[in-house]
Design a protein around this ligand. Structure first.
Ligand SMILES: Nc1ncnc2c1ncn2[C@@H]1O[C@H](COP(=O)(O)OP(=O)(O)OP(=O)(O)O)[C@@H](O)[C@H]1O
Length: 281
C-alpha cells in the first residue's frame, strides 16, 4: 500500500571518482520498503551495497556522488536537502547497524550512558524514563541482566552481546528506517539467532522498515520479505525472497544457495568461508 511506504528509491545512480576515472558504482537501482518490511540486498564484494546504504544516509565518501535518481523517506525527498537538513533526518528517522559494533560504541563510555545520551537527543526523556527505555530495549534483545549491561563498558561485553546491545540502541528511538549492513557476519549462531529474532520483532511491530545487507543467504531467507541481488552496481535479480530462492535465475544467487546446502545447518562457518571465496573470484 502506497501510504505504508517508508523508503522509496528510484533509478538511483552513484558515480565514484577513482584512479581508473569515474566508475558507476550503482546504476538504475529502484526499490521500495514499507512499514514492517525487510528488504535484503545480496551481491558480491564491490557490487555497490554499501554505497547504496551510504547514499540513503547522506554519508557517501567525498569521491562519490549521486548523479541521478530519487531517495524518498516517508514521502520526503532526501537528495534535495542541505547537509544540515540531512543530518536532522538521519538523526530523527534512520538508524544504522554495522558489522562491527566495537567501532559504533564509544569505548570510553558505559553502555548505559550511550543509551541515555541517544535517547535524550531524540526526545524529552527524564533520566529515569531513559533508563527504563534502555532496559526495555536490552531485554527485547534477550540480553540477560540488562541493568548490569548498562553499567558495563563496551570492552566488557562479548561481540555478540555488544551487537545485540547495538541493535537495541538503534531501535530505541523507534526509527522509520533501520539500515543493517552485515549485522550478523561476525556472530556465532546463538547470537545470530537472537539478532534474527530482533528482526522478526521489528516486522511484527510493523513500524520500522529494514534495509538488510548480508551475504548470508540464510539470514535473508529467515527475515527478508523481498530480496535484490546486485552485480557491478546493477540489479540482476529481485522479487519476493521465497520466489527468488526457489527459482534463482542468477549465478551468484545459485552459488549462495549451493554454499548453504554444502555447509549444512551445523557447519555455518564452512558455508561462510565458501561464500567469501565465491566473492573473491
Ligand atoms: N571510498 C571509496 N572511494 C572510491 N571508490 C570506492 C570507495 N568505496 C567503494 N568504492 C568503490 O565503489 C564500488 C562499490 O563499492 P561498495 O563498497 O558499495 O561495495 P559492496 O557491495 O558494499 O562491497 P563489500 O561487500 O565488499 O562491502 C566498488 O567498485 C568500490 O571499489
Amino acid at each position: 500500500m502506497i501510504d505504508q511506504s517508508v523508503l522509496d528509491v528510484q533509478e538511483l545512480q552513484i558515480a565514484v571518482a577513482s584512479e581508473r576515472g569515474v566508475v558507476q558504482a550503482v546504476q538504475d537501482l529502484s526499490f521500495n520498503i514499507g512499514k514492517g518490511q525487510v528488504l535484503g540486498i545480496v551481491g558480491e564484494s564491490g557490487c555497490g551495497k554499501s554505497m547504496t546504504c551510504m547514499s540513503i544516509l547522506g554519508l557517501l565518501p567525498d569521491s562519490a556522488y549521486v548523479t541521478r535518481g530519487r531517495i524518498r523517506l516517508k514521502g520526503q525527498e532526501l537528495t534535495d536537502l542541505s547537509p544540515r537538513e540531512r543530518n536532522h533526518v538521519r538523526r530523527e528517522k534512520i538508524s544504522l547497524v554495522l558489522q562491527n559494533p566495537m567501532t559504533a560504541f564509544n569505548p570510553l563510555l558505559t553502555i548505559g550512558r550511550q543509551f541515555i545520551e541517544t535517547l535524550k537527543l531524540h526526545g524529552s526523556y527524564s533520566r529515569k524514563q531513559a533508563l527504563e527505555r534502555s532496559m526495555a530495549c536490552l531485554a527485547e534483545m534477550n540480553l540477560p541482566e540488562p541493568e548490569r549491561v548498562l553499567r558495563q563498558y563496551p570492552y566488557e561485553l562479548s561481540g555478540g552481546m555488544l551487537q545485540r546491545s547495538m541493535i537495541g540502541l538503534a531501535l530505541s528511538n523507534k526509527p522509520a528506517l533501520l539500515i543493517a549492513d552485515e549485522p550478523t557476519t561476525a556472530l556465532d549462531s546463538g547470537n545470530r539467532d537472537h539478532v534474527l529474532n530482533a528482526f522478526r520483532r521489528i516486522k511484527a511491530d510493523g513500524e520500522t522498515a529494514v534495509l538488510l545487507v548480508s551475504h548470508d543467504i540464510g539470514v535473508i531467507e529467515a527475515v527478508a520479505d523481498s530480496v535484490i541481488v546486485m552485480k557491478q552496481g546493477k540489479i540482476v535479480e529481485n522479487g519476493s525472497t521465497a520466489d527468488v530462492l526457489k527459482n534463482p535465475a542468477h549465478e551468484y544467487t545459485k552459488l549462495l544457495l549451493d554454499a548453504r546446502l554444502m555447509a549444512g545447518s551445523s557447519h555455518e562457518d564452512r558455508g561462510r568461508e565458501r561464500v567469501e571465496a565465491v566473492q573473491l573470484r
